[in-house]
Design a protein around this ligand. Structure first.
Ligand code: MCN
Length: 779
């Protein structure tokens, strides 16, 4: 591989993992071939809410059909934060007593292949007495709303409040704007759907679970608790994972059912989620309602925000963390990068008759960003000012960092106004304003929108304890082994599923060891070999896993120095290390020679030094409140006023994620995130009928943006290193997805600012845009 001038850190290497994926040589769960393998199809509720009165198995196949009765021995996992006020409805693998969403598993049917399993599923008859469905998360809190769970006083998993400053003072503010904003429900749509193959290995006396997951160790813990097995009797293996975006980081009933069935049958069982199941019954995402009032003074200084945040969490809280994080992050991020000191936000995490909500790239923040950035534009509009001027006036400057926000976050390092100015310049803001005056020859109207985002990463123990998380991911681990020929294998606890860890973590090791990344293999995804870790989410891998890799490599280097000096008959402080060699004043010895001595010639080692070059260490940043990458997105759109069709003409990102390990991967992450953010903004939605039937159940109805909808993105990087992480890195894997809904909504509203169009709900489908334009014109 070719190193860049500054070394392996900062080198835009092509990803090591690309070749196998481009050649179709990757190995995913569905590729696994095991002797005697049988397939499972689920019988699912076709009613959103009802009493389950009977499930009839066909007489000739009763032993191949599993229901709640058969899995009554499975322990129900206690999900959600450890807060007394949190109500976590029991979520067994199969519905019993009641069904609470369309698609909820009721039974599993096992057969020689999937087609036969589906045929068998059709012969299982299910009797349900339908109840009124709870569909809207605001109406769900009405005193007379049907209840999902007996004994709950209302349908809220939890209600809480974030207050700061003196919100009562806001009543006297000269500008008070109230808006109700909505970000609708969507799916997580990883390229590979969920999948699991489980079997009992009699030789090792363990349950082996091949799983498409973001966190094998965490899932093993969940399986162990649910199935009543000690953890050493379960091995979870994640092979190649084709994306997760948060959706593969929760225990779902299907996975639990397959693992439980595998303990009872003498053959391996497999379930591969199909796309219809994915859209109907997998982890759903977003669905926030913001009922907010923003206050400002007449000069445009933002004073405070009050109101309610509702998150439609669906029917069940998913283990381990439940849906509360979505709500609390949405509320805590509402002030954005602005000096907003007064906050009074009531939050409602609401149960409805829909598939359970889980984390999805950005968690809470795309909604919060949409809300605050729309509100900033509305304040500007009310004052007859440029939105960029209101941002300039209120944005926290670099001199004010570190800055404690009203939402309880501590912004660490950066230059937020600089990102704003770069985006304004690169999008050609004044040129767009001039072009708007002349109008478009085709009758379309153009608009420009700006949105700022920040992304917390690298938050450790203290932050997770504050959030009352049941699984506290306060660190990561890395085991580094230098083999007798000097090549290196590193096992990590994070789970690569598209982020390029095999490359970027190898670059860190290459930097520390002075080796070519080709001499280093990064391994992960098997609880039998990987050191304990928490997996990949919250854009934590580069900070935590990168830090652990760096730390373990340095410990190896110290041992190499010790042994190398001894071999050179020098003292350790009289040698130096360069390019994979230990050098003294008189000679040098390669790491490979030292590794051979350390592994197979222990008679050559200094007294008291043990053989082997192998280290496991853990890492947590020195400040566990996290580091914030950030940036500004700017978009220019052309809107056809009659049809509401939106075309993105130009898209700019000015971002800062501290030191970049691999700028090419960073750019790829930003572009991928933006594609998903465009989906949230303009296309992706799972609407529900009044009866709770999901109405987008195939890709014919659920619109995922394709290459023709995604513009070329102009990305500008700044680099303000973090002060508390290795190399000054900040995580950035979610940022691309956070700001597009806000930037595009602001651009569409800007196109029609002269008529005061109300743009307050995503996705901004042609129907919503044309209705909003028509409503503004007739107002
Ligand atoms: N990186 C870097 N320099 C930095 C920051 C990051 O070179 N300063 C590189 C890292 O080396 C890593 C990648 O960028 O290879 C992402 O790093 P990081 O920000 O630490 O995020 P994680 O690796 O922890 O990935 C999680 C993040 C999340 S939370 C979601 S959701 C998401 C995402 O990553 N899901 C993804 N990106 C995804 N990309 C793909 N292809 N598939 C998913 O499911």
């Amino acid at each position: 591989m070719v190193e860049h001038a500054g070394g392996w850190i900062g080198a835009s290497l092509l990803r090591k993992e690309d070749a196998r994926h481009l050649l179709g040589a990757g190995a995913f769960v569905a590729d696994l071939k095991l002797r005697g393998l049988r397939d499972v199809a689920f019988v699912r509720s076709d009613v959103a809410h009802g009493v389950l009165t009977a499930v009839h198995k066909p007489d000739d196949a009763a032993t191949r059909v599993f229901t709640a009765e058969d899995l009554a021995w499975v322990n129900v996992l206690e999900a959600g934060p450890e807060l007394a006020a949190f109500r976590s409805g029991p979520y067994p693998p199969f519905a019993s007593g009641k069904v609470r969403y369309v698609g909820q598993p009721v039974a599993a049917c096992v057969a020689q292949n999937r087609a036969h399993a589906e045929d068998l599923a059709e012969r299982v008859s299910v009797e349900i007495d339908a109840l009124p469905a709870v569909i809207d998360c605001v109406d769900a809190l009405a005193p007379d709303a049907a209840r999902l769970f007996d004994g709950w006083p209302d349908n809220a998993f939890i209600t809480s409040r974030v207050t700061e400053g003196d919100p009562a003072s806001l009543a006297a503010a000269p500008i008070r704007l109230h808006r109700r904003l909505r970000m609708n429900r969507q799916a997580t749509v990883s390229l590979e759907c969920r999948g699991i193959v489980a079997h009992y290995d009699a030789r090792l006396d363990e349950l082996v679970i091949h799983l498409s997951t973001q966190g094998p160790h965490v899932m093993r813990r969940g399986f162990a608790m649910a199935l009543g097995l000690p953890e050493h009797k379960i091995r979870v293996i994640a092979p190649d994972v084709g994306g997760g975006f948060g959706g593969k980081n929760r225990m779902m009933p299907e996975e639990l059912a397959i693992a439980a069935i595998a303990m009872k049958v003498p053959y391996p069982v497999r379930w591969i989620e199909d796309r219809r199941e994915h859209l109907i019954a997998s982890v759903h995402a977003r669905e926030h309602v913001y009922d907010l009032t923003i206050s400002a003074d007449t000069s445009g200084v933002l004073l405070g925000i009050e109101g309610d945040v509702f998150v439609d969490a669906g029917a069940y809280a998913l283990w381990p963390s439940g849906p509360f994080m979505e709500t609390s992050m949405a509320a805590r991020n509402l002030p954005g990068p602005y000096r907003i000191r007064h906050l009074d936000i009531r939050t409602h995490t609401v149960a409805t008759n829909k598939a359970p909500l889980g984390p999805y790239r950005g968690v809470g923040r795309p909604g919060a960003c949409f809300a605050i950035e729309r509100l900033v534009d509305e304040v500007a509009h009310a004052l007859g000012r440029e939105p960029i001027d209101i941002r300039r006036l209120n944005m926290v400057t670099s001199a004010e960092l570190p800055y404690d926000t009203a939402g309880g976050l501590r912004f660490d390092t950066g230059d937020y106004p600089a990102a704003l100015e770069t985006a304004i310049e690169r999008i050609g803001f004044s040129a767009v304003r001039a072009r708007q005056k002349t109008g478009e020859p085709d009758g379309r109207v153009i608009g420009v929108g700006i949105a700022f985002y920040s992304e917390q990463s690298g938050h450790g123990m203290a932050e997770w304890t504050k959030r009352k998380s049941r699984v506290v991911p306060g660190y990561e681990s890395a085991r580094v082994r230098m083999l007798p020929d000097g090549s290196v294998v590193i096992h990590v606890g994070v789970q690569n599923h598209g982020q390029g860890h095999e490359t970027s973590l190898a670059q860190i090791a290459a930097h520390e060891l002075g080796l070519d990344p080709d001499r280093i293999s990064i391994r992960y995804g098997d609880t039998a070999t990987a050191p304990f870790g928490f997996g990949t989410f919250a854009s934590r891998s580069i900070v935590f896993s990168g830090g652990a890799v760096a730390r373990s490599c340095r410990m190896i280097v110290e041992k190499l120095r010790l042994i190398g000096a001894h071999l050179l008959q020098a003292t350790p402080d009289a040698v130096r290390i360069e390019h994979g060699r230990v050098l003294s004043a008189t000679g040098s010895v390669s790491f490979a020679e030292i590794a051979a001595a350390a592994s197979i010639r222990q008679e050559l080692l200094p007294d008291g030094v043990e053989p082997l070059l192998e280290v496991v260490s853990t890492y947590e940043p020195t400040d566990s409140r996290g580091v914030f990458s950030y940036g500004t997105h700017a978009a220019v759109v052309a809107v056809e006023p009659e049809t509401g069709e939106v075309e993105i003409l130009d898209y700019v990102v000015a971002e800062d994620c501290g030191t970049m390990i691999n700028p090419l991967i960073v750019d790829g992450q930003i572009q991928g995130g933006i594609a998903q953010g465009i989906g949230t903004a303009l296309y992706e939605e799972i609407p529900f009928s009044d009866l709770g039937q999901p109405l987008a159940t195939t890709f014919a109805d659920y619109m995922v943006p394709g290459a023709s909808e995604i513009p070329a993105v102009d990305i500008a990087h700044a680099c303000t290193p973090a002060l508390v992480t290795e190399y000054g890195v900040k995580g950035m894997g979610e940022g691309g997805a956070i700001a597009p809904p806000a930037a595009l909504a602001n651009a569409i509203a800007d196109a029609f600012r002269d008529i005061g169009v109300r743009i307050d709900e995503t996705p901004l489908t042609p129907r919503r845009v044309s209705d909003a334009v028509a409503a503004a014109r007739s107002a």
